[in-house]
Structure formats: structure tokens, C-alpha cells
Design a protein around this ligand. Sequence first.
Ligand code: MTE
Length: 447
Amino acid sequence: MTRLQKTLGRLVKAPENFLSKEDAKAPAEMRRKFLAASAATAGAALATAASAASNPVTGQGDPNILTLPDHTKGLGMPVAANGYGVPSQYEKGLQRRESPGLTRVSAASVAFTPLQGTFGMITPSGLHFERHHQGWWDIDPSKHRLMINGLVKNPKVYTMDDLMRLPSVSRIHFIECGANTAMEWGNVAVPTVQYTHGMVSCSEFTGVPLSVLLEDAGYDKKNGKYVLGEGADGSSMTRTIAIDRALDDVIVAYGMNGEMLRPENGYPLRLVVPGIQGVSWVKWLRRIEVGDQKWATKDEAVHYIDLMPDGSHRQYSGMQEAKSVITSPSGGQLLLDKGFYNITGLAWSGRGRIKRVDVSVDGGKNWRTARIEGPVLTKAFTRFNIDWVWDGAPAILQSRCIDETGYVQPTVQQLRAVRGTRSIYHNNMIQSWKVAETGEVSNVQVS
Ligand code: MTE
């Protein structure tokens, strides 16, 4: 037995149905209920484990080893039992979830990615967060068209077949809604990392570089300064993108993680605007217009603007600055033992690659540099890990990332000093998780 095994700490996952409508209003009460419930379950589990297995490493006395299970003796399921594979029945609890009470109707809402339960840098397509302004549609690709018009010599209309015959690229990028972590500007508001940070996901996107289509349409190189992306849903989602960015790394994408886009994520066509807030990643994309000035549409003049402390608003601030979060241990989880824990989390930056992630277990007094798990890609999730032995004393876990431009993720005080407390968008503050003596992990903000 290695030292590591002797001291391996056990962790109880956050209850997956964390937020009922009532709970959303009273996080403190919810935590109290949760602790009482999980203490009872943990006690029962420990009692069973103790009587069943005296030595978990050699397996002596463990019926899970001594009694041959059916799956070792019988014939398993045939191939293609699931024509399109689905997760194990034992993983049912891991789901993207709506935060109750966030919006009045679910068609104009968010379902958050369960960051606490995903590994590596890719978000499984079925767990990719969803944000719709007027519901999602499963659009017939044979009827879907993409028009390129405005300041172009040859206005174009493409079918999906046309687009899929053009030169394509596949790139891994994160997408983060500008409103991610929005609830935490003034105070601690939600209990788990799914709800504090789950409006971000990372996938491999496949499609045609927008530059190829703009060239094909003969865009006006002198006067064409911006493009407008327009969606085919009822929200009339329209966003201005500067032509330099449009020609740089923007993709008109039909693929996600090796398959066609999921309907919730814009099937059959969406914009991928790496590093820029999710609202510019127009889904169900039907039109690109080239113009000589910004359009100031409702989704860029009234919504998705930053309220500053002096009452003014900042427009066109789409960049998603460097941000990181520890996904485990994280809010709602419970540490059962003193001992070894792998602290793991994610870091990303709209400006490029992540250079370093530091982790503190004492609320920011001391920092250690985490192990970065490669590959480290530009404008993509970067997974980090670091060893930690919990001695049973209260601790405050934080991560702080630095990107390749040298930008350092700010503390909550640094961010508030510039942006105030009443903003909604672009909250990239350092997240703190408090581990209490009881092992309960909760969302806190430290000064
Ligand atoms: N595009 C259209 N047509 N309609 C929308 O409601 N929502 C935007 C953007 N594109 C939206 C849209 C917002 S606010 C975000 S954050 C992202 O899509 C979310 O993308 P996802 O649902 O694939 O995660």
C-alpha cells in the first residue's frame, strides 16, 4: 500500500438536483438540509463498508470481489443495442440543469453544464450548456439556407450541401456566455460550480472559415468594416463582428465533437467566434451581411452591455478575459476524510493560451503552481490538477490563471473596484470554495 492509498480522502458529490425553486431562494437553509441528509447517508455507507471489507486493497471479505457477478458469468448485450450510444444508467444524475427562477419561461433560459462531473478539456455534446432567447428548433437541413449579402460583389445563397463541400477546419474552442457567473457580482448567490460557472463549455467545432465565404462573395475590401450574423429563430439574434476578426478565426460551423451540431446548439449551422462571448456565436445561422458600420441591434445596444459604477454602459465588450475555477472539490460537495485530494479545475482565456494556473488553499495568502494537462490550445479549456492533503482544518480553495498575454485573473475586490457590483456580464473573478471542518464545501467570497 502506498502512502497515497493510505491517506486517500473520500468525497461525496454535490446532490445533482441541487436547486428546487424553494432552495434557490434560500441557499443557507439548503446547505443545512443537505448536510443533515448526507451525514445520514454517509453514516450508513460507512457502516456497510466496514462490515463488508476489512481490507479494500487485498479484497479480503469484500463480496464485490469474492462473489462472481452476473456480468462475469453471462452473455452481455449485443452490438448496436444502442444505435447511438448513451451514457451508463449509473451516470443519470449528471445533467445540464436549468436554474429555477432565473427567467420567467424555460424557452428563454439557460441550462448549465455540470462542470463538477466532466473530465479533461472537452465537454460532452449532450452536456454542452444551452442558452436560448426564444427556444430551440430542430431545423430541416435540406431547407436551411445561408445568405451572404450587403457590401459584396456577388450576393450568395448556400445550401448545407454547398457549405459541406467547401474547405473545412476543425478547432477546439471554449464558448462562454457573457452572463456566466453573473449572479455573483454583489454577493454569493448560488451554491455549486454548475450554477456559478456552468455557462461555459468546450468543443471541437468543424466548418468553413468565414473568410472563405466572404472571399467567395467578393466582399468590399475598402468599405466592408463589419459583418452581421443573423439567426433563424424567433429571437432575431443579430450580432456585429469586426471584419478583421471575421477574417481571422471565425468559423461557420456545422460540426461539433465529430458529429453534426446538436439542435440545442444551433443545428445545422452556427457561428464560432473564438474568445468572444457566446451571444456572438449566432445559432441557426441564416445570414451574414457585410456593412461599413456597427448595426447597434437590440442584442448589442440594450442587452449584453456592461453597467459601470458611474451609471454609464460599456458596449461591444465581447472579449472573455482569462478565468479559471476549481471544479472539485467545489460547492455542495462534502469531504469525508482528512487525507489526499486531487484538486482539479479548468482555465480559459479569450485572448489565447493559458500560461500558468496557481492554486491557494488558504484564501490567497500562499499559492502553488498547478500541473497543466496538455494540450494547451488557444482559446480552449485547459485542465489543471494539484495534489492536496487536507488536515481537517478549515480551508479556502482558489485558482488564479495567467494567460499568454500576461493578464492575471482578478480577485473579487480588484474586479469590483473597476466594475462595481451591479453589472451582469464578464465576471471573471477568482472563485473561492470554503472547506469547513465538517468537510462541507461552500461558495464564499473572501476579502
Ligand atoms: N443564436 C440564436 N439564433 N438565438 C439565441 O438565442 N443565444 C446566444 C448564442 N447564439 C442565441 C444564439 C447566447 S446568449 C449564447 S451564450 C450562445 O448562443 C449559447 O450557445 P449554446 O446554447 O450552444 O451553448
